[in-house]
Design a protein around this ligand. Sequence first.
Ligand code: 3PG
Length: 216
Amino acid sequence: MTQLDTWLANTKPLIPVIVIDDLVHAIPMAKALVAGGVHLLEVTLRTEAGLAAISAIKKAVPEAIVGAGTVCTADDFQKAIDAGAQFIVSPGLTPELIEKAKQVKLDGQWQGVFLPGVATASEVMIAAQAGITQLKCFPASAIGGAKLLKAWSGPFPDIQFCPTGGISKDNYKEYLGLPNVICAGGSWLTESKLLIEGDWNEVTRRASEIVKLSDI
Ligand code: 3PG
C-alpha cells in the first residue's frame, strides 16, 4: 500500500488544482475545502505565492494534506519539500524529476508522494521502469479522456492514474468509475473569481457537491 493509497482510504478521491495569486486567500480557501470534505490540496507553483501558501496551509490547517503542483525542475521539487509539501505533482515526467524523487527518498529527506504526469504510453513505461506506478494523466480530456484511460488498462494493468485537465463535476464520476483511476483533479473548485471575491461558501458548496459524487 502506498502513501497515496493510505490517504485515499481516509479522504475523498479528489485533488483540487489550486492557483493562489494572493497569499491571504490560502488559509480561508483551505479551510473552506476541508469544511466541504476535501482534504488533498495541490497548490501549484504557478504563482509567486505558491510556496508560501503551502507552508501557511500546512501550519494553519492540519486537516489538509498539502502538495505542490506544477513542479517542473529538481529545484522546484526541493523548494516544495522545504515548504512542507507532502506530495509533488508535475505536469510531465523528466529524468531530472525521477532522479530527484529517488534521491530525496534515499537520503531520508522526504517520504512523500511523487505524482508525475504522463500523456503517452511510452511515458507510462518510463515511469513504470523507474518504479512509479501511480501517475497523473495530463491533460486528460485533451488527449482522449476516459477512452484513453480505458485503453491503457489493457497493457498497463498495474498502473493507476489521477486524471486532470478538463475534469469537472459533470464528468468526474465517469473517470472515477474506471478501474485504473484512483482519484481525479481539477481547478473548478477553486476558480480564481471565487478566491478574489472571498466566496468561501461557494468553495465549500462545490467541495461538498463533489464529495457526494465520490460515493460510488
Ligand atoms: C492541471 O494542472 O492539472 C490543470 O491545469 C487542471 O486542469 P483544469 O483547469 O482543466 O481543471
